[in-house]
Ligand binder design. Sequence first.
Ligand code: TQI
Ligand code: ZN
Ligand code: ZN
Length: 172
Amino acid sequence: LYSFFPGEPRWPERRRDLTYAFEPRNALTEEVKSVFSRAFVRWAEVIPLTFTRSETFSTSDISIGFYSGEHGDGEPFDGEMGTLAHAFSPPNGHFHLDQNENWIVSGDGGDGRFLSETWAIDLESVAVHEIGHVLGLGHSSVQDSIMYPTITTGRRKVDLTSDDVEGVQYLY
Ligand code: TQI
Ligand code: ZN
Ligand code: ZN
């Protein structure tokens, strides 16, 4: 079953058209940015919120960036594996990823497995999970759900389950 942060924080009624922007210092490619855009669409399809990309990082509702080690919020990243990413409860909007993970940028299609022998983390899978936190979802006890607190390395898991949908629709 889905869960929420203590007090069930959510984006307020007057802030349902949210903007997101990328850390300019990361100089991300359009290919990488499109992974996040796809992840937002998966949530926007089931709730009355919209997510619009902004080019103004400092004023966007949701800020996305890759960082290494300590990066100013007291929750340092730890290099490969361990913590992959974190996002804070609404209406904080900070969504940070560990720059030192072996991120995989996969497209649509495929059977969800990779040939890579090394540890590799599917970026879109983590993005969908962290956006769940940005929206106010905690972890779920349902194994197949996006908000279940484990991920298999090299695996792609991007489709919302009914548990994720019911949780986010309770909030919005
Ligand atoms: N980061 C944790 C996470 O996002 C941070 C965290 C721990 C957290 N407990 C929390 C965030 C409670 C909100 C509420 O879950 S992580 C996964 C998963 C991580 C883990 O780097 O461990 C994913 C990031 F689910 F696979 F374990 C993304 Cl998808
Ligand atoms: Zn951070
Ligand atoms: Zn999580």
